[in-house]
Design a protein around this ligand. Structure first.
Ligand code: FAD
Length: 285
């Protein structure tokens, strides 16, 4: 439980952080809240020779509304998200999700940028990011670049973030006014991470037909995924119990279920169906 020895330095700007990373020739790592990186270092699953602390870079903080998108600075903590009146008003499901991350200490230290960059399959934000049509922005050797969440998450702890770059912000689309939303999570009894998390955003037109729907699921497979089969089964349909049941039955279709000591692939499939049905029922019936 003791990490290998490492050097530590604080960066005060994004440019400086990039330069410091370059100087380590792939041996250094950025640290923000440290709540994912330090546990990995203690297990010696990673042993960076230098930690570059970005926590003091003021330009990476803050939440603003621009062109119907909430732009969240990478250093925004989960607690900042929960407490922000802008987030509560514009995208309540984002605040609701952040409230379910870890405990108060984790939410006070852990950052949105760290959560997205780390891409833990059991983390809560990647699923919600997919449902909210999130765009990830970073600054690196090629200047400023962006990717849609669907192209950013590539596998367990694997993203499209190039070497020597700093994730600077994440932007989330404000859902249509008539859309309702929910994030439903089954936390692992020991770690509190998501065994499954289902995020649903859904709206009905005046005739009662579903005209907007996004469903994303995290925790059950090696990365969060959009449950497109569920979306397709409900788009244009009436919000009846039978239609919800039929759609929820498709929830495990768009990903390969993972397996571990706690939950078999079959159990995860069943969780997908049950939690998707519950989430859809909560906002539709
Ligand atoms: C007890 C415990 C319970 C937890 N429970 C949950 C939970 O229920 N749900 C959940 O989603 N998470 C949970 N977490 C994880 C927590 O949310 C982390 O804080 C978060 O995932 C990572 O944010 P961080 O700022 O701590 O990142 P760090 O640990 O500092 O960094 C994580 C990784 O991201 C990289 N990184 C960080 N910031 C940037 C950046 N701006 N640009 C590029 N790379 C960057 C680092 O180099 C590192 O590889 C838990 C953690 C603990 C310790």
């Amino acid at each position: 439980m003791i990490p290998s020895s490492f050097d530590y330095i604080q960066a005060t700007t994004v440019e400086e952080a990039i330069q410091l990373l370059q100087e380590t020739n792939g041996e250094g790592k950025l640290i923000a809240g440290g709540h994912s990186l330090i546990p990995l270092m203690k297990f010696r699953l990673t042993s960076p020779s230098k930690l570059i602390d970005i926590a003091q870079i003021a330009e990476l903080r803050g939440i603003k509304l621009e062109n119907q998108r909430l732009i969240v600075g990478a250093l925004t903590t989960h607690r900042d998200l929960c407490k922000s009146s802008l987030v509560q008003e514009q995208i309540p499901v984002l605040a609701e999700t952040a409230r379910q991350i870890g405990d108060l200490q984790v939410r006070s230290r852990g950052t949105v940028g760290g959560n997205i960059a780390h891409a833990d399959p059991a983390a809560d934000l990647p699923g919600v990011a997919l449902a909210l049509d999130c765009t990830v922005t970073w600054h690196g050797e090629e200047g400023t670049e962006q990717a849609q969440a669907e192209d950013f998450f590539l596998g367990p702890l694997i993203t499209a973030l190039p070497e020597n770059s700093v994730l600077t912000s994440v932007s989330f689309a404000v859902p249509p006014k008539h859309a309702k939303s929910v994030y439903l999570k089954f936390p692992h009894p020991a770690s509190g991470y998501a065994v499954i998390g289902v995020c649903v955003l859904v709206g009905k037109n005046e005739q009662g037909a579903i005209d907007f729907i996004r469903v994303a699921i995290n925790g059950v497979s090696d990365m969060a995924y959009r449950a497109v089969s569920v979306e397709n089964a409900l788009l244009g349909e009436q919000a009846t119990e039978a239609n919800v049941l039929k759609a929820a039955a498709q929830a495990a279709r768009d990903a390969e279920m993972g397996e571990d000591l706690f939950a078999s692939a079959e159990y995860r499939q069943q969780l997908c169906r049950v939690y998707t049905k519950r989430a859809l029922s909560q906002v539709l019936l």
